[in-house]
Design a protein around this ligand. Structure first.
Ligand SMILES: [Zn+2]
Length: 263
C-alpha cells in the first residue's frame, strides 16, 4: 500500500514538473520550444561577451532572453561549411547573434523560412553572374550565404555603417515577412507603408546625389535601401537620427527596438 501510494505521488510529481518546465519555457521564451534545447553554454556566452557588444550592453534580463534566442537559432538552423572543414562554435554563435540582434524586438521571429546558413571562409565565386560575392539570401533554396571574413569585418568596424551580417539578415527579414508560414506578416502594415513612402523619397535623394547618410548602393532598389538602412541603424544611430529623425523613428517602430535606447 505504501509502495503504490509512493508510485502515485511520484507520478503526480513528475507530471507537475513536466507542466511547470513547459510553462516556464513558454513564459521565458515567449513561445513553445520543441525539444527544449539546453540553456546557452558557458563557452557560447563567453563568445558573446568577448565579441558581441550589443549583447554586453543589455540588462541582465534581456541578456538572458538574448541567450535563449541565440540558442534556439543555433538549434533550428543547419550551418553548412563551404571550402572550410567545419562551421566553428564561434561562427555559429556570432552569426546567430547577428540574426537575434536584428529580430530582438520580435520574440517569435527566427527567419524560419531560411533553414540553411552556408559559411564560406572568404568572398566566394558565384556562377550566377560570374562575380565574387560576400553574401546573399536565396529564398528558393531557403539559404543565407555568408563570407566569414566579410562578416567579421562588419563587426570589427562597428561604426562605419557597413555590416554584411546585418545586411543579409535584413534581406531575409523582409522576405520572411512576405512568406506564408507561421512567421508571416509580423511587420505592422501601416508602419511598413510609412517606411516605404519615406524610403522612396530618400532613394530619390540618393539618385540625385543628395543623400547625406547612405552609400549609393542603397539606391539600387527598396530591398537594398532597407538592408543599408539597417546597417546604419545599428552602426551609426546618432547620425541617422540627427539627419533623418522621421525615417529613424519609423525603423524603431518597425524593428521594435532603438539602438540609442537599449533597455
Ligand atoms: Zn543586399
Amino acid at each position: 500500500m505504501q509502495d503504490s501510494s509512493d508510485v502515485i505521488f511520484l507520478a503526480i510529481l513528475s507530471v507537475v514538473v513536466i507542466i511547470l518546465t513547459g510553462v516556464s519555457g513558454k513564459v521565458n521564451m515567449g513561445f513553445q520550444v520543441p525539444g527544449f534545447p539546453r540553456p546557452l553554454s558557458a563557452k557560447r556566452k563567453e563568445i558573446l561577451k568577448k565579441h558581441f557588444p550589443y549583447y554586453s550592453q543589455l540588462s541582465p534580463n534581456r541578456r538572458k532572453r538574448f541567450e535563449q534566442k541565440v540558442q534556439y537559432f543555433i538549434y533550428v538552423k543547419d550551418f553548412i561549411p563551404r571550402q572550410i572543414p567545419t562551421v566553428t562554435e564561434e561562427m555559429k554563435v556570432l552569426i546567430s547573434a547577428c540574426a537575434v540582434q536584428l529580430t530582438f524586438g520580435y520574440p517569435k521571429v527566427f527567419l524560419s523560412h531560411f533553414k540553411r546558413i552556408l559559411v564560406y571562409p572568404d568572398n566566394y565565386y558565384s556562377t550566377i553572374n560570374n562575380t565574387f560575392h560576400k553574401g546573399e539570401v536565396n529564398p528558393r533554396l531557403r539559404t543565407i550565404v555568408l563570407s566569414w571574413k566579410a562578416f567579421v569585418e562588419g563587426y570589427i568596424h562597428p561604426k562605419d555603417g557597413r555590416n554584411l551580417g546585418l545586411h543579409e539578415m535584413a534581406h531575409a527579414l523582409r522576405l520572411e515577412n512576405l512568406i506564408l508560414n507561421t512567421e508571416y506578416s509580423f511587420f505592422d502594415e501601416a508602419v511598413l507603408q510609412q517606411w516605404q513612402s519615406m524610403a522612396d523619397l530618400e532613394m530619390q535623394n540618393i539618385s540625385s546625389g543628395k543623400s547625406r547618410m547612405f552609400r549609393d548602393y542603397a539606391g539600387t532598389d527598396s530591398d537594398e535601401f532597407f538592408a543599408v538602412a539597417i546597417e546604419n541603424f545599428f552602426e551609426r544611430p546618432e547620425k541617422f537620427k540627427s539627419l533623418m529623425p522621421n525615417l529613424y523613428g519609423i525603423l524603431v517602430l518597425l524593428l521594435k527596438q532603438d539602438p540609442l535606447n537599449p533597455v
